[in-house]
Write a protein that binds this ligand. Structure first.
Ligand code: PMP
Length: 325
């Protein structure tokens, strides 16, 4: 591969793996070059930083394979399109995939996590995104810290956030944008009450998802999850569980709009996400202004349906044929 004077996304340099000192991991891809952790940075004029103007993906690496890479790329390019960013014009899917594989390789990741960020790029101080000629691309491949193992067995406690989900009409939560402030502030409600995740309702009182995970509940042997048009991200893990694992283990899963009373009647609740994978919820608490008003026990630890699906999940991601579709 020839080396251009001005690196671009299309001219990712291919230095020898030995050039990447393991002590400086993770080596991070930023706009055409690899930088050691301590030197990886972006311009203060990048609209990703100035306005949260951009989109991103969180992706898992299992056994050296990039899990559901195809679906993550579909979502990334679709989300870019929804924010009026023609990503394909600047970085092809093949290049985007090569960037990720390079980061996985130089950081020696067999099991880990990829954070892929596409920003609007460097522009002026004004809002106008069209003053940013080139999108920014950042790729970090690193180890991942999941929730503690016992939390998967015992289930987690969550709170119902007072903060409502941003309405679809304002900023569609199906866009995985760099605007996570509303989710962060909802998560803060949970953290202040001693737990790690929330259940978020939309402005109509319908259950949407967590701050960084989709939600499912089981009732009388069947599974239910909200349709994403209530205001939830179309999670890749959600789709994997609903469309692949459920048929495999013979559990019926249906999309359904529901509110808090129905959720609280569930036999089991679990959350899904690339980082969390699948995790049971054992208790859902309600609060007002930081004071717990009601506690609702759902199950004693992980229930049988969640356990069955999680075992099926584990089987796929620890196998030799981790799907990259
Ligand atoms: N909802 C939100 C708000 C998220 O940020 C995420 C990803 N962390 C998810 C759901 C789960 O999506 P995925 O399964 O694609 O990771």
């Amino acid at each position: 591969m020839t080396q251009a004077a001005e690196p671009t996304h299309t001219t990712l340099r291919q230095p020898l793996a030995s050039e990447f000192d393991p002590a400086q991991r993770p080596w991070v891809y930023v706009n055409g070059e690899m930088y050691p952790k301590g030197q990886a940075s972006v311009s203060v004029f990048d609209h990703g930083l100035l306005y949260g103007d951009g989109v991103f993906e969180g992706i898992r690496v299992y056994n050296g394979k990039i899990f559901k890479l195809g679906q993550h790329m579909d979502r990334l390019y679709e989300c870019a399109r929804k924010i009026e960013l023609d990503l394909e014009k600047h970085v092809s899917r093949a290049e985007m995939e090569a960037i990720q594989r390079r980061c996985v390789q130089v950081n020696g990741i067999r099991n880990g996590y990829i954070r892929l960020v596409v920003t609007r790029g460097v522009g002026t101080l004004g809002l106008n995104p069209f003053n940013c000629p080139e999108p920014g691309v950042i790729c970090i491949a690193d180890q991942i810290k999941l929730y503690p193992e016992e939390m998967y067995r015992d289930g987690m406690r969550v709170v119902v956030a007072e903060r409502r989900k941003v309405p679809v009409e304002s900023l569609d939560p199906r866009i995985k944008s760099l605007n996570y402030l509303s989710n962060i502030l909802a998560k803060v409600e949970a953290i202040k009450l001693g737990c790690l995740e929330v259940v978020m309702l939309n402005i109509h009182g319908q259950i949407t998802e967590g701050s960084g995970d989709n939600i499912f509940f089981a009732k009388n042997g069947e599974l239910f999850t909200p349709p994403c048009d209530v205001g939830a991200l179309e999670g890749i893990t959600r789709r994997f569980v609903k469309d692949e694992l459920c048929p495999k283990v013979g559990i019926k899963c249906t999309e359904k709009v529901f509110g808090l009373p129905e959720l609280l009647e569930a036999d089991e609740i679990f959350l899904t996400g690339s980082a969390a994978e699948m995790i049971a919820v054992r208790q859902v608490d309600e609060h007002t202004g930081g004071k717990i008003t009601r506690e609702h026990k759902i199950s004693d630890g992980e229930g049988p349906i969640t356990a069955k699906l999680r075992a099926a999940f584990k089987e796929v991601v620890t196998g030799d044929d981790v799907p990259e579709d």
